[in-house]
Design a protein around this ligand. Structure first.
Ligand code: COA
Length: 183
């Protein structure tokens, strides 16, 4: 499916474009935003590569990667990123990732972003199960995923190698029927 566009009360999802590098750098280059993510803060060149890969993946057939911009409707600014990647090990399953620019945290945008991604995944991609993996210390992510009905399922031991150290991930997931019940 391409191009993807969806909107909620205050936010929209759209395809990433090469012109988004600067705005994404404010997230992927931020030590605060990446503290609990699987990678160290990225530099401009790395963000350029991520965007270029995402733009290419957006038109792949079949498409398995949906790396999308989260845009604030009022300002038309890119304030976050959201991603669904079809899970090659599970039928009708996808992993989800999301990150927002630190200055917009605490306004309910995180939960609104995840709802948009779930709505897109279940309604448009007809997925059965969507899951996200967070750092055990990432309380904001835990609360955000719980707020939209994602259930904590357990721990994947030594899942992520970051700065030379392995860390566990905690899995949260939601099924299509659960999403429709709570939305
Ligand atoms: C996770 C993230 C998207 C949350 O965004 P946000 O806009 O601040 O979240 P919301 O305002 O929608 O809050 C959602 C819930 O999380 C809670 N929350 C948010 N930040 C929190 C924090 N730092 N500590 C404790 N709870 C927090 C809110 O109180 C709310 O809970 P409630 O529904 O029980 O009131 C944001 O912190 C972020 O981008 N972090 C960096 C990237 C990241 O960690 N992504 C997740 C990868 S798994």
């Amino acid at each position: 499916m391409h191009p993807v566009t969806r909107s909620s009360a205050r936010l929209g999802l759209r395809e990433l474009a090469i012109a988004d590098v600067e705005a994404l750098l404010a997230i992927y280059g931020s030590p605060a935003a990446t503290e609990h993510l699987s990678f160290e803060p990225r530099n401009r060149e790395q963000v350029e590569q991520v965007v270029a890969r995402s733009v290419t993946a957006a038109t792949a057939m079949p498409r398995t990667e949906y790396a999308l911009a989260v845009v604030e409707t009022e300002t038309a600014e890119l304030i976050g990123s959201g991603r669904l990647a079809l899970d090659p090990h599970q039928q009708h399953g996808a992993t989800m990732g999301f990150a927002l620019r630190p200055d917009v945290w605490g306004r309910g945008y995180g939960a609104e972003t995840v709802r948009l991604l779930l709505d897109f995944g279940f309604n448009d991609l007809q997925l059965h199960r969507i899951w996200g993996a967070r750092s055990p210390l990432n309380t904001a992510s835990a609360k955000t995923m719980s707020a939209v009905g994602m259930v904590e399922e357990g721990t994947i031991r030594e899942h992520v190698l970051k700065a030379g150290k392995w860390r566990d991930s905690v899995v949260h997931a939601i099924l299509d029927r659960e999403f429709y019940t709570c939305s």
